[in-house]
Design a protein around this ligand. Structure first.
Ligand SMILES: Nc1ncnc2c1ncn2[C@@H]1O[C@H](COP(=O)(O)OP(=O)(O)OP(=O)(O)O)[C@@H](O)[C@H]1O
Length: 246
């Protein structure tokens, strides 16, 4: 279990996160909040890149005191290495850690993502959606038990984004892991997550923690979720206004 206990972060004198208490266990959790609220900062605190000004983060009871290996992180930009092929990018974790590359696993993952024909392509030869898929597969190859995804589809057009969301929903069981995903997209949060955390305007506090329990997670079900969408929209709207007035 990952636990934040009374976590506050101040950067350059600016309070960014205020007294955040949170437990993350299994499932897919989405984090939404107004732009600039501190969502990426929260991921960096979990990763150990930014130390809390006060409070504590623990992973399986152990305090996080610096960069550690509990998380597989996918940044906003795909950050593929342009001089490596698709397959080499996916296997980056093994390469960096001087481990043998699980070629069979890479081949299987490429097939799962519909990228079998692109294994020897260079990143510059891929569309935006393909790059994000490759970046996600690279995250999957990281053996860490918990995934942190920062706006993974933020830069994509609506259709590409939609097809990647469908792909994530349909991921085989063995590729699923506990995940915390930052997103600006309310429908994306509802579609993908079992739990939605809503952060306030800066400094970020937890203002809602909502369980999502679909009967059948598909787009027909998503279309019935207008009341939840409206509830989340109203919360974000209020907080965005607060941020604008700050
Ligand atoms: N190293 C830093 N020093 C000072 N301020 C910072 C630093 N990093 C981020 N900030 C500020 O912290 C606030 C939160 O930034 P953060 O990137 O966490 O927000 P966010 O919710 O992820 O934003 P967005 O939704 O726009 O991606 C912003 O006002 C930002 O300017």
């Amino acid at each position: 279990m990952i636990e934040l206990a009374g976590v506050s972060v101040t950067l350059d004198g600016l309070p960014i996160i205020a007294d955040l208490n949170l437990q993350l266990t299994t499932g897919f959790t989405a984090v939404i909040g107004p732009s600039g609220a501190g969502k990426t900062t929260l991921l960096k605190v979990l990763l150990g890149i930014i130390p809390p000004t006060s409070g504590q983060v623990t992973v399986a009871g152990e305090p996080v005191t610096g960069i550690h290996t509990a998380f597989a992180y996918m940044p906003q930009d795909s950050m593929l290495l342009p001089w490596l092929t698709v397959a080499q990018n996916i296997a980056l974790y093994a390469r960096v850690n001087h481990q043998p590359v699980a070629t069979k696993r890479v081949t299987e993952l490429l097939a799962t993502a519909g990228l079998s024909d692109y294994r020897d392509f260079m990143p510059a030869q891929l569309s935006g959606g393909m790059k994000q898929r490759v970046a996600f597969l690279r995250t999957v190859m990281n053996p860490a038990g918990f995934r942190l995804l920062d706006e993974p589809f933020g830069a994509l057009d609506a259709m590409t984004r939609g097809s990647l969301q469908d792909w994530l929903v349909g991921l085989p069981q063995d590729l699923q892991r506990p995940t915390l995903m930052v997103t600006h997209d309310i429908d994306e949060a509802i579609y993908l997550a079992d739990r939605i955390l809503v952060l306030s305007a800066r400094p970020a506090r937890l203002i809602a923690d909502i369980a999502v329990t679909p009967t059948q997670r598909d787009r027909h079900w998503l279309a019935t979720q207008a009341p939840l969408h409206a509830q989340l929209y109203d919360l974000l709207q209020k907080e965005s206004q607060a941020l604008a007035n700050a």
